[in-house]
Design a protein around this ligand. Sequence first.
Ligand code: HEC
Ligand code: HEC
Length: 374
Amino acid sequence: MKTPLPPVAAAFVLALGIATFLLSACGCDREAANPSSETTEDSGTTTTPAATDVDSNAGYNPAPMVEYVEVDMGPVLPPMKVPKDNPLTPEKIELGELLFFDTALSADNSMSCATCHDPELGWGNGEKIAEGASGVRGKRNVLSILNVGFYSKHLFWDGRVRTLEQQALVPVFESSEMGMTSEAELLGRLKENDDYQKRFAEAFGDGITAANVAKALASFQRTIYVKEIPYDRYLAGDKTAMSASAIRGSEIFRHRRVNCVACHPAPLFTDHLPYNIGIGMDQEEPDWGFHHTKGWAYWGKFRSPSLRGIDQTGPYMHDGSLATLEEVVEYYNKGGIEHEYTDAAMQNLNLSEQQKADLVTFLREGLREIRDDK
Ligand code: HEC
Ligand code: HEC
């Protein structure tokens, strides 16, 4: 038998729901209209202020839970969690690559995923803000898809989606992005193409379906990651893999007082968790971040991004407000932007000019992708 909610708790949950509804209806937050995000379970999670690891079955996330298979990624990287119902195959990866670069996925044939996620620009678009992109319109920086297959808890800056499969069709049907108005329109277009007919049939038993488009795009994106960086070699014992300045920078990165490593631990340099480090907190209407799906305790928090290959993916932060790694280090050094919701870890670091330069060198050179062609 289920115990009914005590009336006070029930009223609280209801109030929370109404408050959130009203706020999201005010026009300042168009994308918050995620119907099932403010549920009973949600309020349970969000009333615990310091709880940041929100990856549980608590039901805060409207996206369905997924069963994963772990794929071994070699000695340095952690296993990649791949949904059980979408195992990686060469056929799907190749098909996903074709789809990723195909402008037929946009209503007027003007845009592919790669328009905003350009491999030449670190799989982002090099711009501060993506005009008219999903998320909070006109406020967010394009996330690079580098290393994206390793995020198995939260996708997007605000963690509103759990898997690449759930994410893949979001931009396709977003009116301000690729603008497809219906699944039928998308599938009709793909079905006209004999090569797609053949490839979908080879990759999946049931041919061209929307779910399979998502699965193929997800499979391709799981192959986009930074395989090796000088710091991997350094940690494995090759002391010549990094310059003296980058080595000093790595010590600052790990230093107890500076503690970048707390939120950006190797080898991916992300702990996958949301924090409010003050970015945008001086704006009149700051972006609410994880609050969109998880409630008030997550106000202004954003997922700690992976720093593997970070030299390629500027400008930085969810609002693209920091153009260079020098600006990022300067920002942390001054303790970020002060705000009552900003993480207590954000303190003035008092780094010398040399220390700041070393930290930048570590980020730029130590975490840089080592490519076969270089
Ligand atoms: C108009 C620009 C634009 C287009 C086109 C676009 N994206 Fe994005 N993408 C963005 C922006 C902006 C974000 C970050 C949004 C946010 O977090 O709210 C993003 C985020 C993502 C993420 C999340 C990455 C992470 O680390 O969590 C993935 C995955 C992604 N896009 C894949 C795709 C795929 C696949 C396509 C094509 C079907 C696509 N995008 C088309 C702009 C775009
Ligand atoms: C309390 C957790 C925390 C600590 C400590 C921390 N970071 Fe971050 N870092 C984050 C979060 C969260 C973001 C994204 C913030 C946003 O966009 O609002 C971020 C973003 C970044 C980015 C930009 C990534 C991108 O793709 O845009 C860089 C670079 C970075 N951090 C480097 C560092 C360095 C260097 C240090 C140490 C001086 C450090 N971080 C300390 C949590 C942290």
